[in-house]
Design a protein around this ligand. Sequence first.
Ligand code: EPZ
Length: 472
Amino acid sequence: MYKVTKRIMEGKPITPAQNSSNLSTSSESDEQVLQIWGGQPLKGHVKISGAKNSALVLMAGSLLCPDDCRLRNVPGLADVARMRQILAAVGVKLQQNGDVLDINASNLIDAQAPYELVSQLRASFFIIGPLLARLGFAKVPLPGGCAIGARPVELHVRGLQALGAEVHIDHGTVHAYVKGPNRRLKGAKIYLDYPSVGATETLMMAATLAEGETVIENAAQEPEVADLANFCRAMGANIQGAGTNTIVISGVPRLHAVDYSIIPDRIEAGTFLVAGAITHSEISLSPVIPDHLTAVIAKLKTIGATIIAESPDILRIVPGQTHSATDIETLPYPGFPTDMQAQFMALLTLSNGDSLIKETVFENRLRHVAELNRMGADIRVKGNVAIVRGVARLSGAPVVATDLRASAALVLAGLAADGVTTISSLHHLDRGYEQLEVKLQKLGANLRRVKEGTEPMIAEAPVNPVRSGLNC
Ligand code: EPZ
């Protein structure tokens, strides 16, 4: 629910320099490692944070509004801290108090985000649509690729051109501007060759202030797209069909202040459900929107776990005695989410039988396989397909995180492995999980974040060692 409020900005604004949060910086994260003593059963309840992939795009969407925006349930993540820096760099005033973020974009001083910030956070490219809609021009460095793929943005660019923007790329920066006296984008009918989440969000934001109607066909249907649409509607935008494959936006001249709460993070929730399954523990989690996890819940039930909806926003997982193998193909929503592929693979390394995992969304998102195999998993990769043969147990080992969701997979594997797992390159994990190790400690997991090189903790063997996935 949201209520429109007209508020005066409290407190001092955050400037780019000051905008450090209490989060570890990338270099600090990389000087630390996670040590996990596996085999410890979990119990209790875990609180799920606001959705990273909503928070980032809603922060960009606040650029559309010349009044105060208040975002609630904002997760404390490195990526959110970086997005705050990006917004501050173009003149946005920000004030964060806990999980409440106050944003005022009434006085934009520039339409160019600095390369050194954009290159660290792909999601910063989301500002191009709102800047173009608000100011009639934008200069945003190309975000470049990352560990999981090339991450091109041609669908964003072609869509903005369809809306009447002149767009060219020069020296790695996208220059976009709108011709004409009022420098206003014009509604258009756009078909996306691929239901890209980012392109759908960029074009939906740009179209909110365009002249006339825009139709986006073959749009992404992810819950974060619907959350963005609800946020924009709360600011007075006219958007229909978000969450389906056809979105219709009727442009309005101006948006207004808003107070909006971000949806819970479905990928964090899915990660904790897998934590319960892989450690053969019964845990509950909230808040959660079960409809956002249909594919993940279906797969957990297929392999033998039970998922109980204790209330509309509380889920409980009851693990199976053992878990069977299953096949997974990642697909755009509502298909099985690519952001849960690595975590589910960790679980399937201990399931009975052979599982086939096909990654269809990103071209390089199987880099966690090598690290899981170092822990005793039996996984073979051919192109974008991994064959996972269940083993009786994993063994703790020093491993290196390669990307955000691979980090989560290694944590999950470490929770179930015999002995100590040491995970380095934690900056990946800190991008997308809020205090993951604290939440796991509260569930009884035996892990700690220490300085690289610290001798593994000598913890007593777990009281009730977790049974392996197989009858051994
Ligand atoms: C969003 O990325 C998420 N990030 C990703 O989450 C998520 O994995 C992805 O959607 C798919 O669900 C944020 O929301 C910040 P896409 P996005 O555009 O928008 C290709 C995580 O772990 N493509 O749907 O970049 C692209 O290369 C992150 O939280 C083009 O070819 O995803 C990819 O192969 C990782 N041209 C596929 O489409 C384009 O112009 C899906 O990309 C755009 C995309």
